[in-house]
Design a protein around this ligand. Structure first.
Ligand SMILES: [Zn+2]
Length: 85
């Protein structure tokens, strides 16, 4: 079998590290970070309007977005600092 090229080895290493990062982010309790409220309104069809909150964790750097109308959305302890665009 031919020796793997450097690019292939680097790509495999990146994949492995992404996996590691994902596992780390899964375990993280996201105790501090930022939140940014965003709105996409004024659409022709009102149903297309959306209000979301984009969270970013300081610790694991995970970024995720939730619909602010979603009852599952909570930041009850107000752990996240609000940032403005
Ligand atoms: Zn986190």
């Amino acid at each position: 079998m031919a020796k793997k090229s450097k690019a292939i080895r680097i790509t495999e290493e990146i994949d492995r590290l992404y996996d590691e990062l994902e596992k780390y982010q899964e375990k993280c309790k996201h105790k501090s970070g930022t939140k940014l409220y965003t709105a996409d309104t004024g659409n022709w069809c009102k149903q297309d309007d959306s209000h979301t909150v984009r969270f970013e964790c300081d610790i694991c750097l995970k970024i995720w977005t939730v619909d602010s109308d979603n009852p599952a959305y909570t930041d009850p302890e107000n752990k996240f600092r609000e940032i403005k665009k």
